[in-house]
Design a protein around this ligand. Structure first.
Ligand code: PMT
Length: 414
């Protein structure tokens, strides 16, 4: 299974999701969703409609850890109140894939099969991921049903564009798994950042010195992307200002996160300055080049042009975090990082405190970039965190998703 963002978080353990699966060629993809939620120690129960059972066996979902798995309303050994059970115990319900038929049942409050009855008796967050032929998706009856469900608060993870199994092309394919996966995690997350606009910087910058080559650093963008996803999960409206990173797999950003791609420190600075006045908080995780080389031209510099070697002059770049934090309105909150090379975590605390003060941040997380399991490129991180109220802690090594989660908790208290 492909890597998904946040699929190594421990913050959702013990939650329960009820997964409905309808008859569609996309049924088999629900198995990957189930595995991804199980990896987070989320308890998953499932209902497989009779049509879905023509495509996949309930045994597949049982084997992957779903419990219980409901197959029909009147199965001989089914509890008489099984149609009420998910409504009593699950924290979120997701129907993926949702067929046109189930969409209609849900929109009209029809309880004629187990899944529709369970949905009717469920008053928590409902996530719907439709999958059908593009002409069916385009039909006004389907559009009306979707509108009714949206209006009632269901979250529709809209289908994507592409070629359907029948050969027709258009919108109708079930949305990408990370979109559905994250929509459910969002429904399980506290909404302590709801209504707030967050700017997150992520990744490295590239500083060109000829037309094709550049000076940079090994930042993968994972720490920044984890913070962007985390702020999104907790209800913020997020703009991710990314240096050159490949936003797939663990670095995936959902459609609802606005992404601005830049290359150089100067471009990141200019974009951040433009965006900042509309923001409620800034999270600065990018590894911005402190210096840029003087460019020596737009074409490829040839070895023959300087066989003895050559020297480049470097000029300093503006500090994005420092500039924005110094010019902020009092209600704008700021979280920064510090990349340090030291031998112990203890040494990080005074460095973090000094940087927090100098850059005027509210919260600052310092990481040891000379520790292979932390800092650049690692899936994990260990940080020393300080805030402007004098709080300081050293956190153990954990996934970047969990570091992001705890940093958002600190920031949302300001
Ligand atoms: O991307 P990953 O592979 O996941 O790696 C994560 C990380 C190591 C890049 C991340 O955890 C991290 O430490 N980011 C900050 C790196 C850095 O530039 O640290 P610094 O100590 O040089 O800068 C301090 C702060 O000022 C940072 O918040 C930085 O974003 C900001 N800064 C620095 C220079 C500059 N010109 N503009 C800035 O905004």
């Amino acid at each position: 299974m492909t890597e998904l963002p946040f699929d190594n978080s421990t913050r959702f353990a013990g939650k329960r999701v009820h997964l409905g699966i309808c008859g569609s060629i996309a049924c088999y993809r629900a198995a990957d969703l189930l595995r991804a939620w199980r990896k987070l120690n989320i308890h998953v129960s499932a209902t497989i409609t009779e049509s879905a059972q023509r495509f996949v066996s309930p045994m597949l979902f049982k084997s992957l850890g779903a419990m219980p798995v409901y197959e029909s309303m009147f199965a001989p050994d089914e509890d008489v109140f099984a149609h009420l059970e998910p409504g009593q115990h699950a924290h979120a319900m997701v129907v993926a894939p949702t067929s046109a038929d189930t969409l209609a049942r849900l929109a009209h409050g029809n309880a004629s099969d187990m899944l529709a009855a369970q949905a009717l008796a469920f008053d928590g967050p409902l996530i719907i991921a439709p999958a059908m032929n593009p002409r069916m998706w385009d039909n006004s009856a389907v559009k009306a049903n979707v509108a009714v469900l949206r209006e009632r608060g269901a979250h529709i993870v809209a289908p994507g564009h592409g070629e359907a199994a029948c050969g027709d092309t258009g919108f109708g394919r079930m949305a990408d798994l990370p979109e559905i996966f994250l929509a459910v995690l969002r429904a399980l997350s506290p909404q302590d950042m709801k209504g707030r606009k967050a700017l997150v910087t992520a990744g490295p910058t590239r500083e060109p010195w000829d037309g094709f080559r550049y000076w940079s650093n090994p930042s993968s963008g994972l720490m920044g992307a984890s913070l962007a996803v985390c702020a999104f999960l907790r209800g913020a409206e997020v703009t991710a200002l990314c240096g050159p990173i490949n936003v797939t797999g663990a670095l995936f950003l959902p459609d609802e996160v606005r992404r601005c791609a830049v290359e150089s420190a100067r471009e990141m600075f200019d974009a951040a300055q433009t965006l900042w006045p509309r923001m409620d908080m800034g999270i600065f995780a990018a590894a911005v080049a402190d210096f840029s080389p003087q460019s020596i031209g737009q074409k490829k510099f040839k070895k023959s042009e300087s066989p003895e070697g050559f020297t480049l002059a470097f000029h300093p770049n503006p500090d994005i975090l420092e500039t924005l934090a110094h010019s902020r309105k009092s209600e704008q909150k700021v979280l920064g990082f510090a990349a340090e090379t030291v031998s112990t975590m203890q040494e990080l605390l005074p460095m973090a405190a000094a940087k927090l003060k100098r850059k005027k941040a509210d919260v600052l997380a310092a990481n040891r970039v000379n520790e292979p399991a932390a800092g650049f490129c690692a899936p994990t991180n260990s940080v020393a965190v300080v805030d402007s109220r004098g709080r300081e802690e050293i956190w153990p090594m954990q996934s970047k998703a969990d570091v992001a989660w705890d940093l958002c908790s600190w920031l949302s208290q300001f």
